[in-house]
Structures are given as C-alpha cells and as structure tokens.
Design a protein around this ligand. Structure first.
Ligand code: ATP
Ligand code: MG
Length: 505
C-alpha cells in the first residue's frame, strides 16, 4: 500500500530530487502531508482531492499519508500537486506502481484536473536527466524541458491525460525542444547614432572583453541610445551559456513557449526597482535582474538615481559573479556574470559642462550627484566615458557610419582569441574573468607599456583593483587589434578610459 514518485525542490538554479511517498493505512479517513511543506505545498491536498473528484475518483476511506523526502529540505511552490496525485493514484492501484516510480513530475493542478504551468521545468529536466528518469510536466512547459535532450519529456494537458498515458489508453507523444525565438530583425543599429565615436569605441571594448561601462553625459546626448545597441554588437550565446541563462529564466517563468534564445539577455530595470527585484529574493527567493542578465547585459539607466542600498549590494556580485539570496531556513546562490552598463547625467540638471544652460548650483551639484556612486562602486567600472552633446554638424552629417555588423565582427574575433587563450581555465572565457595571477601571464605589457602604467599608477593613484582592471582592458584593446603583446598604445587607451573626467582612479 506504499507507492512512490519523484519531483524536485529548487535550490537556486539547482533542482534536487524529492521522493514523494504515499502510504495508505487503516484508521479514520484522513489526508496528511509531511516533509517540510510550505503553505502552497500544504494546499496541494485540497487541489489533488478536487482534481480527483472531478475525474470521479473517490479517495479511499483510510489514512492517507504523503511524505516528501528528504524531510529536512524545505519544499516550496505549487508544482508538488502532480507528483502527489500520481503517487496517490499508484497507491490506490489506478496507476501501475512501477510506471509512477520511474517518473519525475511537476505541475500545479486546477480544481477541474487541468495542469497549470509552473516555473523551473528546465532545471527540473536536468535533475530528471541525472537521475535517468522520464520527466512529466504541464503541456506548455514541455518544449522548454525537452531542451535537455537525454530523457523523454511527457507533457500532458491534464491529470486525465497523464492517467490515460500511463495506463496505455492514449499515449502522449514525447515533447520536442521549442524553436529558438525569432530574433528581431528591426533591432536598433549602431549606425543610427551620430558622432559619439569615443563612446562607440568604449562600447566595442566593453563588448569584446565583458568590461563594465559607465557613460556620463548631458540629457539627450545618446547614452540610452548607445546602450540599447549593445546587444547588436555582442556575439551569440554558446549553447552551454544559452542553457545556463535559460535555466535562470525558466525559474523566473520568462521562457516563452519553450523557445531558448541564443541572444544575450539585455535587462533594463527601472531605477525605482526594489532590492529584491534587482538582486533576487522575495517570495520563493526568485532570481533578480542581475541573475536574469547572466551572460548578458544589465543596463542601469540614470545610475545615481537608484537607491544607495541597491547600488552598494551590486559590489559583491560584480566581483564574484554570483549572488547569495536569503530565504526562510536557507540561502540560495544564483550565478550573475553580467556586463554592467550604466548611464548618468553629470549633475541633477544635466548641463554641468554647458555654462549657458546649467543651473545655479553648478559646479557643486556635479560632485553631489555623481557622489552618490560610492568610490568602491566607481572603482569597478573598467571603462568610463563622457558622452558630450552631439554637435549640429554631426547630426546633419550623412556619411556612411559603421554598422553594428561591422563592430560585431571585430568583437567576435576578439572574443574567439580570448576563448582560445583561456580554454584551459574553467569558467574563464573573456579578459574580465581572468584573475590577477593569470593576467601576469597573458597580459603583461611590453617594457614601454609597463613604464606608462607605472607613471599613471603613481599619478592618479590606481587601486590594486584599478591596476588589474587597466591591464584587462589593455589586453582587450590589443585583442581587438589582433596584437599578441600588450603595447604602450593599448595601455594608454585603457588608462584614458579609466581616468576620463568622470572620477578618479
Ligand atoms: N548621437 C545621436 N545621434 C542620433 N540621434 C541622437 C543622438 N543622441 C540623441 N539622439 C536623439 O535623442 C533622443 C534621446 O537620446 P537618448 O535617450 O539616448 O539620450 P540620453 O543621453 O539617454 O538622455 P538622458 O540623459 O535624458 O536620459 C534619441 O532617441 C535620438 O532621437
Ligand atoms: Mg537616457
């Protein structure tokens, strides 16, 4: 009278296998659920009871005990309905026990027995694959889960459909991976931005080495416009990166129709967004914007307008590439290797450099405004660039400008050089990921370059982090030019972007 089935509990982007055991024992009719369920899991009893009732299946008049094992692992979410229903149906011999025990399932039940979509089908499929079991998930999540490839994915639309499948009455075809989302053919192109050659160069270097970029300039000079074109010059995600990023998007319920995109994510949270929205957390410890931007771009427009606490929390994830989110009883870790692109006005009125338009509080308000970005946070921007107002001549100019495709070609070439260089290192694929000791091997400037670096370090007082970041950027500049050794010119350009009028060191 004991039957079991499997499901998963999420811990960050990992899904841990959970055994759902169902025992029927003599005694007063009672339905109990144990094994550290949260409120949503506890309510599964009522939904399962109603769904079975809708199929005219009566619960036996005995004690029904459901145990979610391991019992000390917190269980959250509404996806436990389906595995509980399957284990129960096996215990009362409506479904074959051995068929049900070979499944990992997830899905929420509506009261009429239809399956409601849940988040996390992709990481659940990874867990099912490592346990070599078939995955059963709601119909709409099938295309997403099928990307794992090594196990069959069955995606019924209702409890009735999965019963018919498991009893052989009406088998369901296994799901196929969803088509990759159509890319937007009208994506904005870099050639639409007139002038701003230096900012475009900064964009190119940032894209090539995944460096963090801060743009400061007057209103209407094209900062948001430039940032929006970052996606168009970045190479596509590798298949592994695409699965990694999609796993996080799956947990946030953002994968549309199971389509996995090879485009790098470009996230643009508003500056009023809460801490939980940016770094993750809140109900169910969901991933935040920094994790949704994993392997892509996090664009923070009007950077100084974000709350101070949000800005300061970014410091640690920028350094480590992952974030720990607290939730009841546990902590979960989400990866967040993103490229931070930030834009800001130089002061509150925005016209610090334009005496004819500036407000009465200039120049003091400039320090006040950009001063909201703390020193340590500013130190993390590898590239800082001033974006001056566009001149009328530039706007009128209609000469051919470089398109995103031209720039993307150079970025791609520089990225493949880096990929090859770091192929022996785990988790390092671009210069920004290279640690200090690796840099000494691969990015040591030639004697001229070293001289310049020493002088600059003495004059502007580079921090140790600043020193390494300059070398990383110089390495990227050399990679863009296809140079084996980092030279004086590469170091000079890297330094010029670090000390650009925005702030010190
Ligand atoms: N360099 C440029 N080339 C062509 N158009 C431009 C350029 N700069 C600005 N524009 C025009 O001005 C509009 C506003 O630019 P954008 O929003 O990028 O400015 P911004 O620097 O982000 O300003 P703010 O500081 O107010 O946010 C653009 O949509 C575009 O029409
Ligand atoms: Mg803007």
């Amino acid at each position: 009278m004991v039957a079991e089935s499997y499901t998963v509990a999420f811990e960050g982007i990992d899904a841990r296998l959970v055994e759902v055991q169902c025992a029927l024992s003599p005694g007063m009719p009672h339905f109990s659920l144990v094994g550290l369920p949260d409120k949503a899991v506890s309510e599964a009893k009522e939904r399962v009871r109603a769904a079975l009732n809708a199929l005219s299946i009566a619960l036996p008049s005995r004690r029904i005990t459901i145990n979610l094992s391991p019992a000390d692992l917190p269980k959250e979410g509404s996806h436990f309905d389906l595995p509980i229903a399957l284990a129960l149906l096996a215990a009362i011999d409506i479904l074959p026990k051995d068929a049900v025990s070979g499944l990992v399932s997830l899905g929420e039940l509506a009261l009429d027995g239809t399956l409601v979509p849940v988040t996390g089908a992709l990481p659940a499929a990874f867990a099912a694959a490592s346990a070599e079991r078939t995955l059963v998930c709601p119909e709409t999540s099938g295309a997403e889960a099928a990307w794992v490839g090594s196990i069959p994915v069955v995606a019924p639309s209702s409890l009735h459909a999965i019963i018919q499948h498991l009893t052989g009455a009406k088998p369901i075809e296994v799901s196929q991976p969803g088509v990759v989302r159509e890319e937007n053919a009208n994506a904005p192109d870099l050639s639409e931005v007139k002038g701003q050659e230096r900012a475009k160069r900064a964009l190119e270097i940032a894209a090539a080495g995944r460096h963090h970029l801060l743009m400061v300039g007057a209103p209407g000079s094209g900062k948001s416009m430039l940032a929006a074109r970052m996606s168009s010059i970045l190479p596509d995600l590798t298949p592994e990166e695409a699965l990694e990023t999609s796993t996080i998007h799956s947990l946030a319920g953002l994968l549309k129709a199971g389509g996995i995109s090879r485009k790098r994510p470009f996230r643009t949270p508003h500056h009023t967004a809460s801490m939980a929205a940016i770094v993750g957390g809140g109900k169910g410890a969901k991933p935040g914007e920094i994790s949704l931007a994993h392997n892509g771009v996090l664009f923070m427009d009007e950077f100084p307008e974000y709350s101070r606490s949000v800005l300061e929390t970014l410091r640690q994830p920028i350094e480590t590439g992952d974030v720990v989110v607290a939730r009841a009883n546990a902590h979960v870790r989400y990866p967040c290797k993103f490229m931070l692109v930030a834009a800001a006005n130089p002061c509150k009125c925005g016209y610090l450099a334009d005496a004819s338009r500036a407000c009465a509080r200039v120049p003091g308000c400039g320090d006040d405004y950009l001063g909201r970005i703390s020193g340590p946070l500013m130190d993390r921007f590898d590239l800082r660039v001033e974006v001056p107002p566009v001149s009328f001549q530039d706007l009128e100019l209609s000469t051919a400008r470089e398109t995103s495709e031209d720039v993307a070609g150079r970025v791609e070439a520089a990225r493949s050089i880096q990929q090859e260089r770091y192929s022996y290192l785990d988790g390092v694929s671009v210069n920004a990921d290279a640690g200090g000791h690796v840099l000494e091997d691969v990015a040591q400037p030639d004697p001229d370059g070293r001289d310049l670096l020493r002088q600059a370090a003495e004059r502007v007082g580079l921090s140790a982090r600043g020193y390494h970041r300059v070398i990383r950027v110089a390495r990227t500049v050399a990679d863009l030019a296809g140079r084996e050794t980092v030279g004086r010119a590469d170091v000079a350009e890297a330094i010029s972007f670090r000390i650009a009028g925005v702030a010190t060191n």
